[in-house]
Design a protein around this ligand. Structure first.
Ligand SMILES: [Zn+2]
Length: 424
């Protein structure tokens, strides 16, 4: 759950938001005998037809909610029907509202999006998987699909495993620059900030931070990932490459080796010397979107004309996008024909479920606080004692995710008691 699909027992299918051609295929999914599938939707005729073909399938005919998956409360019924806990459940949907509610309930998600590009409003609440076709669904459910490219590459690199994964996704969307310009944005994974429980054990988030702190050990794997993204996009049509410049020219440029290596590999020119930072802007961390825009306005300058050129602009984490937008703007001002922003990861919002999960529970051993964490190897969630890092008396007590949730009443029963304030 959260990051990969672990030990799932039930699938919820939002038929209103997926293609009708898939209706006859659900019962053919691998391992269907051991797991349960619940189909939900407002189209009663369609549900009836599916039911007549698939005896093993559950249908949500008697639900009082329409459309079911937009209702926070409905998930308690869903989990009851499936006989699975939220962490063992996955929702397949193509609707933003249903995706959001699934995430708010701690349920894994597969988002169906036929197009290569995903809606820009989803980039800070990315699903666990993106599927573009039925074949993708089969691969994801069959655990063959690996997820986001950078997350998998880095995970494998950390575990010194060989890459065997198929179907690795990048996130493609568009950034608005000004009235006349937009630029494609390609990202290769998700970034979880340090107060996000998903960050614990998430190799990509950890390494991106180390890289920011001038740890050059990350250069090799990051160069590989950037190279792979650029290659899959449009390797031949790129004229030049550059990056978000360091705030001060005397400061370490963490992209210097990367742009150099990629330029050497292709005929692309390395424009890093020409795009410079001319304003010492403060940290963006605590600012909102409008403040971020104002903060970086006029921060960059392009010293050279780049008329008609197609340029790749690198950054590591995309937060609000305002830094990348401002730099891309300068490249357009200098005559660029097309600027493509390539980032390793997009910062993810902390959803309501994670916010609740962040409330600590008492440790049964030392009386300290326990926190939700994700296992580094299996990516499974658990509660661990905060006193683990206490030098004098480290406490190694852990509790399973379900047990911890039950103690806090955060699972199914909890939703019954909530008012409808999360409905939309
Ligand atoms: Zn403890």
């Amino acid at each position: 759950m959260f990051i990969t699909l672990n030990d799932w027992k039930g699938i919820v299918v939002d038929i209103d938001a997926i293609p009708e051609e898939w209706d006859s295929k659900w019962e053919l999914l691998p391992e269907i005998g051991k797991k349960k599938i619940l189909l939900c939707g407002i189209n009663k005729e369609r549900l009836k037809k599916i039911k007549s073909n698939g005896e093993a399938l559950l249908i949500s005919e008697e639900t009082p909610f329409e459309p079911l998956l937009f209702y926070h409360k409905a998930y308690a019924h869903i989990l009851e029907l499936l006989g699975s806990k939220s962490a063992q459940t996955v929702v397949i949907t193509g609707s933003r509202g249903a995706l959001k509610q699934a995430q708010n309930c701690g349920i894994s998600s597969i988002f169906y999006c036929k197009e290569e590009e995903i809606p820009a409003e989803l980039i800070t609440m990315l699903p666990d998987h993106i599927a573009q076709s039925w074949e993708d669904i089969e691969k994801i459910i069959g655990q063959e699909c690996a997820g986001y490219l950078a997350e998998r590459r880095v995970q494998r690199y950390a575990n010194q495993q060989k890459d065997q994964d198929t179907l690795m996704r990048t996130i493609q969307t568009e950034l608005e620059i000004d009235e006349t310009h937009t630029c494609p944005l390609i990202a290769a994974g998700r970034y979880f900030s340090q107060n996000d429980p998903r960050a614990y054990g998430h190799q990509l988030s950890k390494r991106v931070l180390l890289h920011k702190w001038e740890d050059t050990a990350q250069t090799e794997i990051f160069t590989e990932i950037y190279r792979e993204i650029i290659k899959s996009a449009a390797w031949e049509s790129i004229d030049a490459i550059t990056r978000i410049p360091p705030k001060d020219s005397r400061q370490f440029d963490r992209f210097a080796e990367i742009t150099k290596a990629i330029a050497a590999d292709t005929s692309a020119e390395d424009l890093s010397d020409s795009l410079i930072c001319v304003k010492k802007y403060g940290s963006q961390r605590t600012l909102n979107r409008a403040e971020r825009e104002a903060n970086v306005q006029g921060a960059f300058e392009m010293k050279k004309r780049v008329d008609g050129k197609q340029i790749v602009l690198l950054d590591d984490i995309l937060t609000s996008g305002s830094t990348a937008q401002e730099a891309a703007k300068q490249l357009y001002v200098a005559g660029a024909k097309k600027v493509t922003v390539v980032v390793l990861a997009i910062k993810q919002d902390i959803n309501r479920f994670l916010e609740d999960a962040l409330q600590p529970i008492r440790c049964r051993k030392c009386g300290g606080e326990m926190q939700l964490r994700i296992n580094r190897t299996t990516q499974e969630a658990f509660f661990g004692c905060r006193e683990l890092y206490n030098k004098e008396a480290p406490c190694t007590y852990i509790e399973s995710y379900q047990k911890g949730l039950e103690r806090r009443n955060l699972d199914a029963g909890f939703f019954h008691e909530q008012e409808d304030r999360y409905l939309f």
